[in-house]
Design a protein. Structure first.
Length: 241
């Protein structure tokens, strides 16, 4: 039940309080917050829209890069592509890209670029949507090229020369709702009905249920990795030279 990202920018700029964005921000912090450390400079690729990244703000310099100017803050935002980062080698202590590499036609090149601008010993933080079998009109509208399993993301990162520190699925507790939403999309598509809107409408009562289940995920992820879910989160370290 994740959102689509329209070609003109992220839906989170228009609906920052949508339950999935709120939940993702909390889950990302739970899983990856411990790998942030105390960087001097960090690069946030594709998350200029605050809901995902508020927890990464601090005394360090945070540079946000995005294809689209919406959401970029003057003085700290750069318009550009993940596959051709406009930064020097080894410029950042932390590089984050949340729901980005699935938008790149060459994900190996994107991860290579993220690795290039990361200093030795630095941390790379990623999230991606899970499972090719969950492909739907949502992914087409979002401009996705693929979805991932946890092993597939690990292989992508290890081939770039990084050491995986943690890799887990997320949104496991809401997985039955995710499956139901994807089945509904496919049935509508086969019946010739127009594609659903990018953000599935969620009434207030269901918002509370989904938010509560995501809080359960958060409690579990503090101790364990999840064996399934609609997203994959991953932290990796660039070996020191």
């Amino acid at each position: 039940m994740g959102p689509s990202v329209p070609q003109h920018g992220s839906s989170s700029l228009r609906q920052p309080n949508y339950w999935w964005y709120r939940a993702r921000a909390e889950l990302l912090e739970t899983v990856l917050g411990g790998y942030l450390g105390q960087p001097s400079r960090m690069l946030d690729v594709g998350s200029a829209d605050g809901p995902s990244v508020e927890w990464m703000r601090g005394a360090h310099r945070r540079v946000a890069l995005d294809l689209f100017p919406e959401g970029l803050e003057p003085g700290s935002g750069v318009q550009g592509s993940a596959m051709a980062l406009p930064f020097r080698d080894e410029a950042f202590d932390v590089v984050a890209a949340f729901d980005v590499v699935e938008h790149c036609d060459d994900d190996a090149l994107a991860v290579s670029e993220l690795n290039r601008v990361l200093r030795p010993g630095g941390r790379m933080l990623l999230s991606v949507p899970a499972y090719d079998w969950a492909w739907s009109d949502h992914d087409v509208r979002a401009g996705h090229h693929r979805r991932y399993t946890r092993p597939r993301l690990v292989r992508l990162v290890e081939r770039a020369g990084l050491t995986v520190e943690r890799s887990t699925y997320a949104f496991g507790s809401v997985f039955p709702f995710f499956l139901a939403e994807r089945v509904t999309r496919r049935v509508r598509q086969r019946a010739g009905h127009p594609s659903q809107q990018s953000l599935t409408t969620v009434p207030g009562s269901l918002d509370k249920v989904l938010t509560g289940l995501s809080h359960l995920d958060r409690r579990m992820l503090r101790r364990w990795d999840l064996p399934f879910g609609s997203s994959v989160f991953r932290a990796a370290t660039k070996p020191s030279t």
